[in-house]
Structure formats: C-alpha cells, structure tokens
Design a protein around this ligand. Sequence first.
Ligand SMILES: Cc1cc2nc3c(=O)[nH]c(=O)nc-3n(C[C@H](O)[C@H](O)[C@H](O)COP(=O)(O)OP(=O)(O)OC[C@H]3O[C@@H](n4cnc5c(N)ncnc54)[C@H](O)[C@@H]3O)c2cc1C
Length: 321
Amino acid sequence: MTEHHTNVLILGSGPAGCTAGLYAARAMLAPIMVEGEQAGGQLSTTSDVENYPGFAAPITGPWLMEQMKAQAVAFGMRAMSDNIVSVDLSRRPFCLTGRNATYFCDALVICTGAQTRWTNVAGETAFRNFGVSSCATCDGFFYRQQEVAVIGGGNTAVEEALALSSIAARVTLIHRRDTLRAEAILQERLRRAPNVEIRWNTVVEEIVGSEKPRNVQGLRVRDSVTGVADLIPVDGVFVAIGHKPATELFAGQLRLTPSGYIEIVGRGTQTSVPGVFAAGDVTDEHYRQAVTAAGMGCMAAIDVERWLSGMSDEAAVRVPA
Ligand SMILES: Cc1cc2nc3c(=O)[nH]c(=O)nc-3n(C[C@H](O)[C@H](O)[C@H](O)COP(=O)(O)OP(=O)(O)OC[C@H]3O[C@@H](n4cnc5c(N)ncnc54)[C@H](O)[C@@H]3O)c2cc1C
C-alpha cells in the first residue's frame, strides 16, 4: 500500500479541515488533508448558506467548500480522496491507515465533525433541506413568521425551540414522553415563551408535504397514550435529538467527553495526546457552525506550527554540537 509521510496530517475536509490546511500550508508545513467519505463535510449536503461572513449575495454550501479547498490547495496543501479506518497514536510519527494508503505524520489535526442524529421517520430524508433541518441557527431565518415544529425533549430541542420562538410565528415542540430531559432553567424559559406549545406523549409518524415545489406542509402524529392521530400543519421541522461526533477511531487513544466529543486540554486545540489537535464540530457540542469550525481550524494550525517548532528545538538540544 502507498505510504505518505508528512509534518501535518489533517483528517476531514469540512470548514475546520480546509482552514487548518490553508494555515498549515502558508506556514510551509506541506500538510496533507484526507477528505473522508463526505468530501467538503456537512456543508456539501446543504443548499443556501446565508451566515458565512463575507458574502452578501446567497452562496451554496458545496460552492463554499470548493472555494475553501481550492484556496488551501493553491498554497500547497495536498488533498487525498481517502477514508481513515484505523489510527495508532501510541508513538510518533503517528500512523493512520486509510482504504488507499498509510499515512505517517508528526502532528495530527482531527476535524472529523459530528453528524446529526435523524429520527428516520417517513418523509424526513425526502424533505431534508426542503423544510426539514437540524439547525435553528443555520435555517431558522428561512421560517420567519411561519409555523415550525421541533422534535425532541433534551437540551438541544429546548434550545432550538427557544431560538426559533423569536423568529417564527409559532413553535410546536413535539416530545414522545410526558417530561422534558432538558435542564430546569431551559424548561423555565420555554414555559415563558408565549408562542411555544408542547405536545406531550406525541410520536411523529410522517413528515408530509408537496412535491412541486418540494416543501413541508405538516406532521402526522399520534398521541401515544390515547392513540389518537392528528395532523399538525407546519412549514418547517427541526429535528433535535442530538449529534454523533465522529470519534470511534480514537476511542481508547484520546480522552473523550462523556458525550463522546474529543476533549481539549487547556485553552487551544491540543488533545490529551501531545501532537494531536482537534478542531470543529468533533470537539464542539455548543456552536456547531461553519464559521466556528473554520476558526478552530485556524487555531489548530497555529497550535501545530508552535508545537512542531518546539519539537525541533528539543531535537536541536538533543543533537550534540
Ligand atoms: C444540512 C446542514 C446545513 C447546515 N447549514 C449551515 C449554515 O447555513 N451555516 C453554518 O454556519 N453551519 C451550517 N451547518 C453546520 C456546519 O455544516 C458544520 O458546523 C460544519 O460543517 C462543521 O465543520 P467541521 O469541519 O467541523 O466538520 P464537517 O463539515 O462535519 O466535516 C467532517 C469531515 O470529516 C471527514 N471524516 C469523517 N470521518 C473520517 C475518516 N474516518 N477519515 C477521513 N475523514 C473523515 C468527513 O468526510 C468530512 O469531510 C449545516 C449543517 C448541515 C448538516
């Protein structure tokens, strides 16, 4: 199998990975970025992006990601179409095995993201990006003064419902149990929001809508106690049952948070293994935005550069004069 040796390997090609690649390339570190199965990351699956700074006219997610990658490549980053299947972080150089090649690196930047947990209810996939979303910060604005539903009962769902309550005309929070799991303070804020209704013990059976134009028109639900079926008319549905950080590869090798995100040691992007850095959604359960991921990618590349120069200082000290 082909072997690649590099100073810096970047895992993931979303905003965090591309920005880390750009900064590392401009620091003359000749980084390699492994793109993974979802080249361009999550934004490659969406249409309009209205909140990435610098663009007054509408842009699309795939276009933005093409630009980010092209910019980093223009400065010397190499992008590899590969997916990493195993890693060994027990010694340096770190060794990562992909489907097509093996990679050895002195420093590693993990930008593998976090995927939305979907409900898999009928209609959810068909209407994704056409009325079904998993991010109120990203898509709430598209539903100003309209009717929306949020599915879930934990902190994420209540935060999404609260964020939407100041944009949409009406928010229906649909929860399959009779109590919320969210923190008490969030529940209290939710109770005070005048345009939020909670539908307890309610199971979503189908997201329904029209084909031309493709958009959501409502939710078929059933009360799990009475068995009564109902149709809730809504323009948008926000699925808020959590995210799954892509960290399986690192279990047992890096410290993870209780919810499975990569734990950062201190203030920057350093993980529990020296020389391994993490940026973007894979380490961030709070913001999950393209611009914050890109910002962390920049931080990681700067951290790598400083860490590598510290290593060469150590090497210089060890080499007899
Ligand atoms: C539908 C949708 C719409 C969104 N809209 C907006 C928006 O309008 N504005 C906004 O700011 N944010 C938006 N977001 C959120 C935004 O996309 C994320 O916050 C951002 O993409 C996170 O960037 P990231 O680089 O951390 O990870 P990601 O973009 O998730 O990229 C992860 C990368 O890791 C790679 N990877 C994973 N595992 C491996 C592996 N084993 N080997 C190699 N590579 C691997 C993947 O292939 C992928 O390239 C949206 C998200 C979705 C899903």
